[in-house]
Design a protein around this ligand. Structure first.
Ligand SMILES: NC(=O)C1=CN([C@@H]2O[C@H](COP(=O)(O)OP(=O)(O)OC[C@H]3O[C@@H](n4cnc5c(N)ncnc54)[C@H](OP(=O)(O)O)[C@@H]3O)[C@@H](O)[C@H]2O)[C@@H](O)CC1
Ligand SMILES: Nc1ncnc2c1ncn2[C@@H]1O[C@H](COP(=O)(O)OP(=O)(O)O)[C@@H](O)[C@H]1O
Ligand SMILES: [K+]
Length: 499
């Protein structure tokens, strides 16, 4: 997979183990980890005179902490170490043996507001909720207001899910070892991690890239190579023809937002399908977007016999119930690239299997589902105990569709197990109708022939980049018209950073 790999803890353990097997002792990895963290601390002017309190746990994350303590003391810094747990093993025991100073019991550690705290309690090996004396120190660190640097991941944050295991350290700075993990991007882990940088600890690229990690950070590197660009002799039919279904006379705006999104992202033609009753209100608001009247699903099926209509979106403001299920069935039977959102999903609440059956196994063209958390739970259940990543992945595998599970940390998952986590989102996107525009962006990219997973990733990223760059005052109507600016930055200026 292209893009920055985000290994889960089991994959990370494999990377470490394979590196050790191929000849690098675990203590060397740990010393590199400690060196990287110490270098960050020593290079920060604001921490130059801060006394350092290193909190060490019973595993290898604690081992990293002992290395940091020794290196900072050798650099002349005042360092206290407090530790928790029984006898250390392996590399961690070696690292602890190299620390020449005293070790306080954790319960005696009293962080001072002037301290710099190094959080080396737990990393990827956290196995249960924090309680007792470790929960106590997390509380005291938080109450002290001291600055915190976390090694690998803030203790208490689950590296796979981003969930807090009871309580967690809030770090201003986190130094992720070898790679960021999903828990650095998924909420609330992202909030707890503060500013995250990655330290190279010497995992060979054959190990990290040979391991089949299927999760990436959603960034242009993951999909830019296949992003559609018109050729010099392209005509509009080469750029696809997107179709968007409108709701009834007083529910037409959502579909128009999606249709405009599809046109702005580059679909050659966009047609809004409306009932006769909603025709005049739609017609009064549209110019470049064409209109066709279909009052029954059969009429839409007939329209879609023309294979120039190659991507269809439905759901926003369509109404919940049997009628919408019939429209969904008609579209899915026509086997066009399809995006199902909002009411098209909620009409199948508690009956995801019926939707999966309609999507079917033998279809030629992909389907994308774009639920927010509420729609997802209604369709697939709460998935208690599963991470957002796993819930999206499982829903994709079960339905055979790409699933875009929206929110501040949108997850895009493909039926084959690939997944991407988005991180350029902006809370300004939390405004009525912004999801409708996203539907149009995905549909417009699929109309241009982009792979459904990559189209979903690209649309989510561009939508978020536009929202973040615009910021205060954003309304959904703005989003389609922000696309030309975002596309210019992405495709011509080579500036692929979001706001
Ligand atoms: N592998 C390598 O070679 C390298 C690894 N590196 C570093 O190691 C980290 C991973 O190390 P790790 O696997 O030892 O796990 P770690 O996060 O230290 O914690 C495990 C310990 O905590 C305990 N424990 C867990 N939860 C608990 C709880 N709620 N409350 C209380 N105790 C709890 C658990 O106890 P147990 O569950 O076994 O009873 C076990 O003793 C990784 O993030 C990176 O920093 C780097 O140095 C590079 C080389
Ligand atoms: N706090 C947030 N940070 C980043 N993105 C957000 C946030 N809240 C919502 N969004 C994004 O805004 C869009 C809202 O879509 P949706 O919930 O379907 O709203 P609507 O139905 O009003 O269009 C989604 O793309 C979602 O990821
Ligand atoms: K930690």
């Amino acid at each position: 997979m292209r893009g920055e790999l985000l290994p889960v803890s089991a994959e990370m353990r494999r990377w470490d183990a394979e590196t050790i097997t191929s000849g690098t002792p675990g203590i060397d990895l740990m010393r590199r980890a400690g060196r990287a963290v110490a270098d960050v601390i020593l290079s920060e002017a604001r921490w130059r005179s801060a006394p350092v309190l290193v909190l060490c746990g019973p595993g290898n994350n604690g081992g990293d902490g002992y290395v940091v303590a020794r290196l900072l003391a050798e650099a002349g810094r005042r360092v206290r170490v407090a530790a928790f747990g029984g006898e250390l093993r392996g590399a961690a025991a070696l690292a602890a043996a190299d620390w020449p100073g005293p070790v306080l019991p954790l319960e005696d550690a009293v962080p001072d507001p002037a301290d710099l705290i190094v959080d080396a309690l737990f990393g990827t090996g956290i196995g249960r909720d924090l309680e007792g004396e470790v929960a106590g120190i997390v509380g005291r660190v938080s109450d002290s207001g001291a600055a915190v640097v976390a090694i690998d991941i803030p203790s208490g944050v689950d590296a796979d899910s981003g969930q807090v295991r009871g309580v967690a350290i809030r770090a201003g700075r986190t130094i992720a070892l070898a790679a960021r993990k999903p828990g650095h991007l998924l909420q609330p882990g992202r909030e707890y991690s503060g500013c995250v940088t990655v330290a190279d600890i010497g995992i060979p690229s054959e190990v990290s890239h040979g391991a089949g990690v299927l999760t990436v950070a959603n960034e242009p590197a993951a999909w830019l190579a296949t992003f559609p660009r018109p050729g010099s002799i392209s005509h509009k039919y080469d750029r696809g023809h997107a179709v968007v279904l409108s709701g009834g006379p007083s529910h037409t705006g959502a579909a128009r937002l999606a249709a405009r999104g599809a046109l702005r992202i580059g679909a050659g033609l966009v047609t809004l399908v409306t009932s006769a009753r909603a025709l005049s209100v739609n017609a009064a608001h549209l110019t470049a977007i064409m209109i066709r009247v279909c009052d029954e699903p059969d009429e839409l099926s007939d329209l879609l016999m023309d294979d120039r209509f190659n991507a269809v979106a439905l759901g926003p403001a369509l109404g919940i119930g049997e009628t919408t299920r019939a429209w969904v069935a008609a579209v899915l039977e026509s086997d066009r690239a399809t995006v199902l959102d909002a009411d098209a999903l909620t009409s199948f609440a508690g009956d995801a299997q019926a939707l999966a059956d309609l999507i079917g196994a033998g279809r030629e063209h992909p389907v994308v589902l774009t639920p927010h958390e509420g729609e997802f739970a209604r369709l697939f259940g709460k998935g208690t105990g599963l991470s957002k990543l796993d819930r999206a992945r499982r829903a994709a595998a079960d339905t055979g569709a790409v699933v875009v599970l929206k929110g501040p940390d949108t997850v895009i998952a493909a039926p084959d197990g690939r997944a991407a986590i988005n991180e350029n989102g902006s809370a300004y996107l939390a405004t009525a109708g912004s999801g409708d525009v996203l539907v149009g962006l995905i549909t417009g990219l699929m109309a241009q022939g982009m792979d459904a997973f990559e189209a979903s990733c690209a649309a989510v990223w561009l939508h978020a980049a536009a929202g973040g760059r615009f910021g205060p005052g954003l309304i959904a109507e703005d989003l389609p018209d922000l696309m030309p600016g975002e596309l210019r930055l992405l495709l011509t200026a080579g500036d692929v950073t979001s706001a």
